[in-house]
Design a protein around this ligand. Structure first.
Ligand SMILES: C[S@@+](CC[C@H](N)C(=O)[O-])C[C@H]1O[C@@H](n2cnc3c(N)ncnc32)[C@H](O)[C@@H]1O
Length: 449
């Protein structure tokens, strides 16, 4: 594929993410699987697409200095400029003249000579004068929002919850590359053996401290290994692995996974139960239930009974006190997974958080009576927000005196994680900058007699 074709494909991928509001990782995956991308270009495509989205507001700030504010730009022209400026400012492997040349060619083919000359002018000015200095922004919050490309309301919200320094560290760390990790299927292979086999296949890996089944992939593409293809591994962020660990499921138990698709945690729970007992797994969206079945089949697990269902209506199907363990891995704003899905930070609004926290509360309140006395319920989200996490657990406990945060929960948190600042009486908040994981919240409640 020529450099021109590659840049054109990158622009198409970026436009699909922007216009169709699709998840970046799925659209990139689709492009890579199309067979049109040379394997040697896969890394560059991924880097430019992620980088351009991750730095969108910073790139727009740079562009403002070179574009008359009254000029109307087509969406694709702005995107072409953003991806070109990203390469000029943040990547050092492509010379500026090549970046400008390809951008001008695309502008000519997709638009006309006038647009090409405009694109040329903007990029040449930026090349000559350099990227504008963000220290010119006097307001600390505005500057942080521009430098780390987050909406101002979100930076403000995090500052009000966690203080300026944590908000800054978190926003900065959201610009880093996602660190991938996998979970071994322990009934099929031990972690040590999996580590050895992955190393033999040329990957650089190390064991995770979050779960005895976790492996961190420091270098190499695990998706292309035999071990992954043959169902010995599944992809899972380390923070998510803590959930099944903390749920403490045992073989033979009756477990409810109220919001289950695509089944990452349900399959982990099944592994910990040694595939004995039953996991009743539900998801609101019918078509996602297939994903749970596929994941379970791929890992050779058979105790998951997956069905579509609204977690706010499950009492119609199960009598009270049916389950030894309940997992509510609630739908959430996803503000902890911005590294892997950077578009989330632009698409979410404060009103979404209000709406979601109501749904989360309704789910928790509805399933709570399904837990047996002395049973354990884990509530988790992949977000960093008090309203969806600590305050939600607090409100639930105030209204349900028959539940309490399980004391042993805090003792069982692995040592290195215990030392982070995210532990409160209502649970554990993992920040993305602490262990290079997703931002994640979890709490374990016990039903007392
Ligand atoms: C955070 S994801 C769950 C991830 C899953 N536990 C895993 O580990 O793979 C939340 C899921 O809740 C589902 N959901 C949203 N509202 C729901 C509801 N009212 N009842 C059941 N599931 C719901 C969503 O479709 C989504 O798949």
């Amino acid at each position: 594929m020529s450099d021109y074709q590659l840049r054109k494909t990158i622009l198409d991928v970026l436009m699909r993410i922007e216009k169709d509001k699709g998840f970046s990782h799925l659209i990139i995956d689709h492009a890579l699987k199309s067979g049109k991308i040379d394997p040697r270009d896969e890394g560059l495509l991924t880097e430019i697409v992620y980088g351009t989205i991750q730095r969108k507001y910073t790139l727009d700030y740079y562009l403002e200095s070179f574009i008359n504010p009254r000029k109307k730009l087509d969406q694709w022209v702005r995107m072409l400029l953003r991806m070109s400026v990203y390469q000029m400012v943040f990547l050092d492997k492509i010379p500026d003249h090549a970046i400008i040349h390809e951008a001008v060619e695309i502008a000519k083919q997709r638009g006309n000579k006038g647009i090409a000359s405009f694109v040329n002018g903007v990029l040449r000015s930026l090349q000559r004068k350099g990227a504008p200095d963000t220290t010119a922004i006097k307001d600390d919050i505005k500057r942080l929002a521009v430098e780390t490309s987050h909406p101002e309301w979100l930076v403000n919200r995090w500052i009000s919850f966690y203080g300026f320094n944590t908000a800054k560290e978190m926003s900065e760390s959201n610009l880093a590359k996602k660190v991938h990790s996998v979970r071994v299927q322990p009934m099929r292979i031990s972690r040590n053996e999996a580590v050895e086999r992955l190393e033999q296949e040329g990957l650089i890996v190390r064991p995770s401290e979050f779960s005895s089944q976790g492996i961190i992939v420091e270098q190499g593409n695990v998706l292309k290994t035999d071990l992954y293809r043959d169902g010995y591994l599944t992809i899972q962020d380390q923070s998510s692995m803590l959930v099944a660990e903390m749920l403490r499921p045992e073989p033979g138990m009756q477990v409810l996974d109220a919001c289950s698709a695509p089944g990452g945690k349900a399959t982990h729970i099944a592994e910990k139960m040694e595939n004995e007992g039953t996991i009743h797994a539900y998801d609101l969206h019918k078509k996602k239930v297939r994903l749970i079945d596929e994941k379970a089949a791929g890992l050779q697990l058979s105790i998951i009974d997956a069905n579509s269902g609204d977690a706010r209506k499950l009492r119609e199907q199960h009598p009270e006190e049916s389950f030894d363990r309940i997992l509510v891995d609630a739908p959430c704003s996803g503000l902890g997974v911005i590294r892997g899905k950077p578009e989330i930070k632009y698409d979410k609004q404060e009103t979404d958080i209000e709406r979601l926290s109501q749904i989360q509360y309704d789910i928790l309140e509805h399933v709570a009576p399904l837990l047996k006395k002395d049973g354990l319920l884990v509530y988790s989200t992949c977000t960093v927000d008090l309203d969806e996490n600590e305050q939600l657990v607090q409100k639930f406990l105030e209204n349900h005196p028959d539940f309490q945060v399980d004391d042993a929960f805090f003792e069982e948190i692995p040592d290195p994680i215990k030392e982070t600042a995210g532990i409160t009486e209502y649970g554990l908040q993992l920040f993305p900058h602490s262990f290079q994981t997703d931002g994640f919240f979890l709490s374990r409640l016990r039903r007392i007699s």
